[in-house]
Design a protein around this ligand. Structure first.
Ligand SMILES: *[C@@H]1O[C@H](CO)[C@@H](O)[C@H](O)[C@H]1NC(C)=O
Ligand SMILES: *[C@@H]1O[C@H](CO)[C@@H](O)[C@H](O)[C@H]1NC(C)=O
Ligand SMILES: *[C@@H]1O[C@H](CO)[C@@H](O)[C@H](O)[C@H]1NC(C)=O
Ligand SMILES: *[C@@H]1O[C@H](CO)[C@@H](O)[C@H](O)[C@H]1NC(C)=O
Ligand SMILES: *[C@@H]1O[C@H](CO)[C@@H](O)[C@H](O)[C@H]1NC(C)=O
Ligand SMILES: *[C@@H]1O[C@H](CO)[C@@H](O)[C@H](O)[C@H]1NC(C)=O
Ligand SMILES: *[C@@H]1O[C@H](CO)[C@@H](O)[C@H](O)[C@H]1NC(C)=O
Ligand SMILES: *[C@@H]1O[C@H](CO)[C@@H](O)[C@H](O)[C@H]1NC(C)=O
Ligand SMILES: *[C@@H]1O[C@H](CO)[C@@H](O)[C@H](O)[C@H]1NC(C)=O
Length: 790
């Protein structure tokens, strides 16, 4: 033993495994035993576990019966073969291959027909091997200590009593009948985070994570408890979080397995042993799975997303994720749908003088391809969005958000998803030769209003056209000329007249809210009809009087920001001394009212909101052409859209306020409000002021209370001090008291808490950037231990 560092882990493994072998009945597989692929599949010619539950031997591929995998499988199931482990998934072997436990050096050796070794676990000196009833195949020394076991080298499945230790991963198969390494993996990282990654096929490039459970403790592990739950366990054995919850299906009556399926979802399945033995057809029953909706969770910046290019993802939570092709498109390879869809017509080319000739647009509701737009503009209705794409020879599809945004897409589309949670509409350009249901464009032009108000009376219709035209005067212009008006349809914002906004807000009659720099009123696209509000019109006061041109420039630069976690600016008014900004209307109000209402919002919802705010701020700080520091992050300035997605509002306005405005106002809010300490020190103001305020919000979201509660006992009154004290005293439980959902997810609570504590550090340089914050919250970046106490 000249490598002591190698010796120690081996010893540990040996002790653990020794118990496993010694505690279970087993049949010795003696040296020089072997199996060959010509005997494959015959139950009596594989090596069985004592009860016959599991078999070790060769299985033919479902797609080619003359190629074989060395495998462990559930041997008792009637007409399904469920493989749990294989070492040669990338290299199935032809007939006359063999696996042998060599007599000379006690090695397990997989060999091709010529006798060349293809795989070996590299654990020599075994005295015997055994297929255990747990599903573990072990190589043991003569004193029964384990030299190697299949549980330590998993494929895509874990079984009860199995552990994924730090640094190990499981990789999904490529498709239902292709066992080679697929597009998803689940990795138990050494930093204690359990992370799902999408990976590229065949290069193996690792995309960003799409789900994670975090322990914050190095050397944590994932354990499949015999009692049926799959948990993240700390080095000292305490449960940190649960990947799939416990079932009542005992392992004496049911077979269990946890598999990362080829669609990227980790599922816990059971199979009743009784029906298995009796030859019934119950099949595997689904118990629990993660992530809850991969179609929503997985957005990649590179690659195709959860489904292949041009394909879209939908998930009903009971079956496998479904990928579909849009109308006019078909599978590149119907047997390998992950390869995506191809148009079954020739795409429009810019050689043709009339781009729209021979093509039409097909409207698909609740379908979105969120990334990779090549152009965006504001439109007033979806017909414009549709026509713009049809007239553009580069455009293969356009997407309308139902409010005012239209995005254009080139080929291929990625990250496609469809579901009721999506409010966008997609228009796909297809050839006229496809005999397809036509969309509004190809018929007579119709007016489509937000929320698809269905109108039967033509009088009402005319009325709407008139009133809509009043506000969006350019619509009529556009109809007459039938030509593009760049000013209107380009990225520019709409410049409203004061009168238009007065009408839209019914004379500024419905006040929505009041803030430091203005009052917000509800606005309607068609004020004459009582419908749902569409606009939030903010009348600014205390604006520099001599800011005229600057105002327009500033507002236009705000108009260039586009992120799903930011409230969209639709237009502005700069007339005489009147300054107004017009935003899209957010139907679920502010985070403040959501968070501090009487009943506590669901934990997952709060986590989603927290991550969304972080992404919105990261965008403002790091992804805009010019950095935007918000300066006034607080729950009142975070609004919620109809799906409770957080949207940061009021950004970019700080610069317009009178110079000392920000300071006096923030001063009022007290020393330990949302305002970073440097405001009071006259030192440099950087983006780190927003990081500070974000840290405060995270604490408020975690514990559903305001940062200052004067009524509370002194030690609890100021949230960040109380949190810091509790953290340092190891009393995190006290903070989530009464919140069962959070208590069941302490791993994440701790992680979010640590991030928050780093954010609210006095010293700006100690605070992370929003980019780092986002990654730490998502679990993609390790968090420095022990934030200094406040
Ligand atoms: C072993 O398998 C062969 C071929 O599948 C079969 O004919 C034979 O009956 C089996 N023997 C036993 C003891 O099960
Ligand atoms: C099955 O695999 C063998 C060996 O690689 C190959 O020769 C044969 O063509 C394959 N058969 C089919 C149907 O793909
Ligand atoms: C399993 O086999 C039985 C009997 O051979 C058959 O009736 C049943 O349909 C099969 N089930 C499945 C799921 O293939
Ligand atoms: C496999 O081995 C047997 C016996 O050694 C031999 O008869 C047979 O031809 C071999 N098959 C192949 C495909 O090599
Ligand atoms: C298995 O083989 C080992 C080594 O030859 C021996 O010590 C042990 O008693 C055997 N166990 C059983 C259950 O046969
Ligand atoms: C399995 O779960 C039970 C009940 O939740 C618990 O008591 C036991 O300690 C767990 N076992 C392991 C190995 O974590
Ligand atoms: C395990 O560690 C955690 C965190 O360090 C601690 O809270 C817990 O009390 C420890 N449990 C045991 C059984 O030592
Ligand atoms: C084109 O796609 C449509 C619908 O997706 C399909 O019905 C049609 O058969 C396809 N045409 C060709 C030539 O593949
Ligand atoms: C798809 O699989 C079926 C059956 O396995 C086969 O007949 C067909 O040729 C395959 N299609 C393609 C395009 O490979």
């Amino acid at each position: 033993m000249e490598h002591p560092s190698f010796f120690l882990p081996l010893l540990l493994l040996t002790i653990i495994a020794f118990i496993a072998v010694a505690g279970q009945p087993y049949n010795n597989i003696t040296l020089s035993s072997f199996l060959t692929t010509t005997t494959a599949g015959s139950r009596n010619l594989s090596w069985l576990s004592p009860s016959g539950n599991f078999a070790f031997g060769f299985l033919p591929l479902p797609t080619n019966s003359s190629l074989f995998l060395l495998a462990i499988w559930f041997a008792n199931l009637p007409n399904t073969t469920t493989l749990v482990w294989t070492p040669n998934r990338e290299r199935p072997l032809p007939p006359n291959s063999s696996v042998i436990l060599t007599s000379d050096d006690g090695q397990l050796s997989l060999r091709d027909p010529s006798g060349t070794e293809v795989w070996s676990p590299g654990a020599p000196e075994a005295a015997y091997a055994a297929m255990l009833d747990s599903g573990d195949f072990v190589l043991a020394a003569s004193d029964s200590s384990v030299l190697w076991n299949s549980f330590s080298d998993p494929t895509d499945t874990i079984l009860p009593t199995q552990t994924l230790s730090a640094g190990t991963e499981i990789v999904a198969k490529l498709s239902d009948d292709d066992f080679s390494k697929g597009r998803f993996k689940l990795r138990m990282q050494a930093d204690g985070n359990l992370v799902f990654y999408q990976i590229a096929v065949p290069t193996g490039y690792q995309y960003s994570p799409y789900w994670a459970a975090n322990s914050l403790m190095a050397n944590s592990r994932l354990v499949f408890n015999v009692s049926g739950s799959i948990d993240l366990i700390s080095p000292n054995g305490s449960v940190l979080s649960t990947l799939t919850s416990a079932t009542t299906k005992s392992s004496s009556e049911y077979y269990h397995r946890g598999t990362l399926d080829y669609d990227g979802v980790f599922r816990h399945y059971v199979y009743p042993k009784l029906t298995a033995v009796a030859g019934g057809t119950a099949g595997w029953l689904l118990m629990d799975f993660k992530p809850v909706d991969i179609c929503q969770n997985l957005i990649t910046t590179l690659g195709s997303g959860a489904c292949g290019f041009n394909s879209y993802c939908s998930y009903d939570m009971k079956q496998m994720v479904t990928c579909q092709c849009p109308v006019g498109y078909s599978w590149v390879d119907p047997n390998r749908t992950y390869m995506g869809c191809k148009p079954n017509f020739t795409l429009p080319s810019c050689i043709s003088r009339v781009p729209s000739e021979g093509f039409q647009m097909v409207r698909i509701e609740k379908l979105d391809f969120p990334n990779d737009n090549y152009d965006q503009f504001n439109v007033m209705n979806e017909v414009d969005c549709e026509q713009q794409c049809l007239d553009d020879c580069f455009c293969a599809a356009s997407i309308y958000d139902g409010i005012s945004n239209c995005w254009k897409k080139k080929f291929p589309f990625s990250n496609g998803r469809k579901g009721n949670y999506i409010s966008r509409v997609t228009f796909i350009k297809v050839s006229n030769d496809n005999n397809l249901p036509s969309s509004p464009l190809t018929k007579k032009r119709t007016w489509i209003l937000p929320d698809s108000i269905v109108l039967t009376s033509s009088i009402v219709l005319n009325f709407i056209i008139v009133s809509t035209t009043l506000i969006y005067f350019h619509v009529s212009k556009r109809k007459q000329s039938h030509q593009l008006n760049d000013n209107v349809l380009g990225p520019n914002l709409k410049a409203f007249t004061y009168k238009e906004l007065e009408e839209a807000t019914k004379g500024f009659s419905e006040e929505l809210g009041r803030g430091a720099c203005g009052t917000v009123y509800t606005g309607y696209l068609c004020p004459e009809l009582t419908g749902t509000p569409d606009l939030a019109v903010k009348k600014l006061h205390d604006i520099h009087p001599d800011i005229d041109k600057e105002f327009t420039n500033e507002v236009k630069s705000i108009g260039q920001t586009h992120h799903k976690n930011l409230v969209r600016l639709l237009g502005y008014c700069n007339q005489d001394t009147k300054r107004l900004v017009v935003y899209e209307y957010m139907s679920k109000g502010s985070l403040a009212s959501y968070l501090f209402s009487r009943s506590r919002p669901p934990w997952e919802q709060r986590v989603k909101i927290m991550l969304g705010i972080a992404r919105g701020l990261r965008y403002l700080h790091e992804e805009c052409s010019t950095q935007i520091i918000h300066c006034d992050i607080k729950p009142q300035n975070v609004l919620l859209d109809e799906n409770f997605n957080p949207r940061v509002s009021d950004f970019g306005l700080a610069k317009l306020l009178k110079t000392d405005q920000t300071k006096t106002n923030t001063g009022i809010r007290g020393t330990k409000g949302y305002v970073a300490p440097e405001w009071f020190r006259n030192s440099m103001i950087s983006a780190k002021v927003d990081v500070y305020s974000f840290g405060v919000i995270v604490m408020e979201i975690l514990f559903c209370r305001r940062n200052v509660e004067k009524e509370m006992e002194e030690e609890k009154a100021l949230l960040n001090f109380w949190v810091s004290d509790c953290y340092n005293d190891g009393r995190i439980d006290a903070l989530v008291e009464g919140d069962e959902e959070a208590m069941a997810d302490m791993g994440r609570v701790k992680r979010f808490l640590m991030v928050a504590l780093w954010c609210v550090q006095e010293e700006p340089a100690l605070r992370p950037t929003m980019g780092q914050v986002t990654q730490m919250l998502e679990g993609a970046m390790a968090i420095k231990p022990v934030p200094p106490s406040l």
